[in-house]
Design a protein around this ligand. Structure first.
Ligand SMILES: *Cc1c(COP(=O)(O)O)cnc(C)c1O
Length: 399
């Protein structure tokens, strides 16, 4: 029997975790990629569902499950799972629920990458897609084909903040046997719970409001039907769309303050919208609960009369004014994201919608002077001063 040398280092990665009779109050971060089983019988128990646990992190890990269970509770969902990004969540749904020959109908103002997936990527896989205006139920009904298998909508459109006819679309989907997928990123379960209103699948970019600190990239998927859920989940594992433990751990930490952040940001956004609407140099403001918003009735019915943390506004003066505005307010990050604790400002004409023609942008109300604001948790007075400075600079730069 060979004897190991006395100075041999401990076997790699076999350190026992120090036990404690008192439990940690913060969730541990479990980074292990692989889990060592006791014996082949134990593996049988794991794979056949008789014993809980994990085998390989791409298939699942504790930090993802803790986070998913929290979002399940918020959405009234069962068996939801976390993905490596919001787009991974959308991808898992497409790859798990569709086959060649199917048709997907999308809202015409979906998130930019979702639009690209529908227009360019799904067709390569033999899946047809087309778009319709989800605020107009007649347009949605007219776009349905015999082979339409799925409708993908966002409740509030980005960046123009129009509200989809969710009740009409849900009724139509149910009557025609079409899966209704709701990307609930903008609205969050605090604004709208799609499963309470007839959705079959809910997806999120957890990156945004749920995680809330612009430091983790994650998504979430929940599927109502258990068989379809297994297919979508298997697609996520096979195509490698599953998340990192560290990002899940960060997002869980963020989620504990989600309701506080959301309520604060929503209250501030409503006040900021009213302030901007009365500021010289502002041509118009888009905020769902304002009296001048075209969908205010739906905002009252769908969102419980709360407008959320996003708003849009337009200044005169074109690009020169837009440049002056962003330069004059450096404390508000000019950055194309949303849902961070800090307020961020984006300019769709030069970022998310730069690929559109001027005419196509004009048709949906996006000019060179149009900005989208994701309101954070700063005091209202701080933001008010910053925006007034920016708008005054835009006016001064207007010819
Ligand atoms: C950001 C976003 C996505 C994509 O999420 P990622 O986490 O960036 O991949 C999808 N839908 C909406 C509405 C978004 O805002």
């Amino acid at each position: 029997m060979p004897v190991p040398p006395p100075d041999h280092p401990p076997l790699a990665r076999r350190q026992p975790w120090p036990l404690s009779a008192a439990r940690p109050v913060a969730t541990p971060l479990q980074a292990s990629v692989v889990y060592a089983a006791r014996d082949p019988d134990a593996l049988d128990d794991h794979y056949e569902g008789r014993a809980p646990g994990y085998s390989y992190a791409r298939e699942g890990h504790p930090n993802a499950d803790v986070l998913a269970a929290m979002i399940d509770t918020m959405e009234g969902a069962e068996g939801g799972f976390v993905t490596g990004s919001g787009m991974a969540a959308v991808s898992a749904v497409m790859l798990g629920a569709l086959r060649a020959g199917d048709h997907v109908l999308g809202g015409d103002q979906l998130y930019g990458r979702s639009l690209r997936m529908l227009s360019q990527d799904l067709p390569r896989l033999g899946i047809a897609a087309s778009l319709a205006d989800p605020t107009d139920i007649g347009a949605v009904a007219a776009a349905i084909r015999p082979e339409t298998r799925m409708i993908l909508v966002e409740v509030v459109s980005n960046p123009t903040l129009r509200l989809a006819d969710m009740d009409g679309i849900a009724r139509l989907a149910r009557e025609r046997g079409i899966l209704l997928v709701v990307d609930n990123t903008f609205t969050t379960p605090r604004g709208y719970r799609p499963f309470d209103h007839g959705a079959d699948i809910v997806v999120h970019s957890v990156t945004k409001l749920l995680a809330g600190h612009a430091d983790a990239t994650l998504g979430y998927v929940a599927v109502r039907d258990a068989d379809l859920r297994a297919e979508v989940r298997a697609a996520a594992v096979t195509w490698g769309l599953t998340p990192s433990p560290f990002d899940c751990w960060l997002a869980e930490r963020g989620l504990y303050s989600f309701d506080l952040r959301y309520d604060r940001a929503t209250e501030t956004a409503a006040r900021l919208a009213d302030l901007l609407a009365g500021t010289p140099g502002v041509l118009r403001v888009n905020y769902p609960t304002r009296a001048d918003h075209p969908d205010r009735g739906r905002a009252a019915a769908l969102l419980g009369g709360r407008g959320g943390n996003m708003l849009g506004f337009e200044v005169a003066g074109g690009r020169a004014a837009a440049n002056a505005l962003t330069r004059a307010m450096p404390r508000v990050a000019f950055a194309p994201t949303l849902g961070d604790i800090a307020t961020t400002l984006s300019h769709p004409a030069s970022s998310s919608h730069r690929g559109l023609t001027d005419a196509a942008r004009a048709a949906i109300g996006i000019s060179e002077g149009y900005f989208r604001v994701s309101v954070g948790v700063e005091p209202f007075e701080v933001l008010a001063a910053e925006f007034c400075t920016g708008i005054a600079a835009a006016r001064a730069a207007t010819p």
